[in-house]
Design a protein around this ligand. Structure first.
Ligand SMILES: C[S@@+](CC[C@H](N)C(=O)[O-])C[C@H]1O[C@@H](n2cnc3c(N)ncnc32)[C@H](O)[C@@H]1O
Length: 315
């Protein structure tokens, strides 16, 4: 790959567009330079989220049983499917379908993936999916979709065999993913982040809290002058990668191992630490609630919630 030289003006414009949610007026992938700049910066960060979420799945032995057809919907530079291929065995992907409203983005991600995995068949249309089982990656698209586009994406989601959907960890996007979860849970097993299959406890609670987690960036980022400049110029905190996500597998799917969960209680968001105790929002089948962990007799749980991992089980 060519050495990367950041174009700060272009990156600042892209960042501004994402912050203002200005997505009308056609694709922002006007030229391949924009994709290159995005790929080495914003997409890298998104890749750290994918690594954390897929890492949790791999750890729980949620893996394909047979070579699958993997669809990367709204692929951009293809970071979701590329990270999938890094975390899981690439021989378990028979065909990769890249889909984006931008043909330039499809072309870019196709080239990047083909260079590294020439054995994988890569196509770009959704029409050949009607009679095949497929697994679906969706990443950072919700903000950009009109209600009609979202409806049509949800029709595709309903046909998938396995779904990982990752979005920024904002209240609005967390709520949108919870709505998707509620639509899917009668025909899908909810694998993550939820410790149960019932209705989302945040809906019942009618609260300001939202379902989000923090993915850890690689430690090398903190030694990199380029990432430091990225952080300063764009006002992005490199330590915090807030993310909301949803992982579902179709019930009785022949293609995926559905992991059984022995844990019951997961921390949402970030724990707060005080003298003598810590407090965190926790999710279990019973409820989403604020839980207090006393330092004198719950030091093990406190060690867990101090870890910089996306997965923090305290029960
Ligand atoms: C913020 S980028 C995310 C790209 C990539 N998934 C990632 O996580 O880096 C959003 C992507 O969604 C694509 N997109 C937006 N609306 C779309 C639509 N209606 N159909 C297909 N792709 C769409 C955009 O072209 C863009 O590539």
């Amino acid at each position: 790959m060519q050495p990367f030289h950041p174009n700060w003006k272009l990156l600042e414009e892209l960042r501004q567009r994402f912050l203002e949610e200005k997505f009308s007026g056609g694709s922002y992938w006007k030229e391949s330079e924009t994709l290159v700049q995005y790929d080495h910066t914003f997409a890298e960060r998104i890749g750290w989220k994918w690594r954390a979420v897929l890492g949790e799945l791999a750890e729980r032995q949620c893996a394909p049983r047979n070579p699958i057809t993997l669809v990367d919907w709204g692929c951009g530079t293809g970071i979701a499917s590329r990270t999938f291929l890094q975390v899981f065995d690439p021989d378990q992907v028979a065909r990769l379908v890249l889909w984006d409203r931008s043909p330039l983005a499809i072309e870019y991600s196709k080239k990047r993936i083909q260079d590294q995995y020439p054995q994988i068949e890569i196509t770009s249309g959704l029409e050949r999916l009607s009679n095949v089982d497929f697994s679906l990656c969706i990443s950072h698209v919700l903000n950009e979709l009109s209600p009609r586009e979202l409806d049509s994406l949800l029709l595709l989601v309903q046909k998938a065999d396995w779904l990982v959907w990752i979005e920024p960890g904002t209240p609005k996007l967390s709520q949108a993913l919870i709505r998707v979860r509620e639509q899917l849970r009668s025909s899908f097993e909810v694998v993550a982040p939820c410790p149960h299959q019932g209705a989302c406890g945040l809906i019942a609670k009618n609260t300001q809290d939202w379902c989000h987690f923090f993915a850890p960036p690689p430690s090398s980022v903190f030694q990199s002058s380029q990432w430091s400049e990225f952080s300063q110029r764009l006002g992005i905190d490199l330590r915090a990668l807030p993310t909301s996500f949803l992982v579902c597998v179709r019930k009785q799917s022949p293609n995926w191992v559905i992991p059984r969960l022995s844990k019951t209680t997961r921390v949402l968001g970030r724990a707060r630490h005080y003298r003598g105790y810590s407090q965190a929002l926790t999710c279990s089948a019973a409820e989403v609630t604020e839980t207090k962990f006393m330092a004198r007799d719950q030091s093990q749980a406190i060690d867990i919630i101090k870890q910089k991992t996306i997965t923090q089980w305290v029960g």
